[in-house]
Ligand binder design. Sequence first.
Ligand SMILES: O=C(O)[C@H](O)[C@@H](O)[C@H](O)[C@H](O)COP(=O)(O)O
Length: 251
Amino acid sequence: MKMQAERLTVIEPLPLPLHEKLFDDGEQLALALARQVAADLRAALARHGEASIALSGGNTPKRFFQLLSQQTLDWARVTVLPIDERWVPAEHPRSNERLLREHLFQNNAAVARFLPLYRPVDTPEMALMPVLTKIANEGLPLDVAVLGMGEDGHTASLFPDLGHDNPALREIGLQPRGRAPVMSVRTAAMPEPRMTLTLSAIFTAPALYLHIEGESKRAVLDAARSDPRSTLPIRAALAGASNAPTLYWSP
Ligand SMILES: O=C(O)[C@H](O)[C@@H](O)[C@H](O)[C@H](O)COP(=O)(O)O
């Protein structure tokens, strides 16, 4: 009797879950994201009388910040913190604090409460404990977090050379127990040291968004989502979040 050759079916792993909102251009995206985030903040204010939001820096979110600043809500009860910071003086062109002061802290949002990560000391390590304590006591848990992503698959200041087994990349549930919510980062990829929220802090936000623009970043994201062997930080961000993030993307 001829044995039937066993047919092995290779089951492709499913890509990590991600809600997707796609737009024709950055302007439409920025307005939609500003309206969504404002609604999240209003809901948090209604729920517990205050709200906390962490925002990524870089170039992509400028228009989003400008439109968010025009949204009507009780900004005086909203705490804003950078998801990460380049260790440069607050007036430096590369400062995320400067980016927020120029594009978000204006119009209605001018009265928002700000928790900077930068301190005027030489290194992020010198400021880590006071910043960590203030963020943990006054900024967490978050209600909203908006991640960006670099072309190398970094998010926040969690870069690929951090090492995929770094505790900063592992989720830890609603409260960062035993792992610091903030850490200093030095990477060959960037000219300056950084301070960043870790994923355990970012994952305290029930409303988690990923705001990226352009085809090349989309390709990096899709590859990281689909490849279970990917060690890119953006994959750790997608895999560890208790609620699937929502992608806001335009070409
Ligand atoms: O400080 C930063 O650089 C950001 O927090 C970082 O995570 C950013 O989101 C990406 O680097 C994308 O930056 P662009 O929007 O400039 O491409």
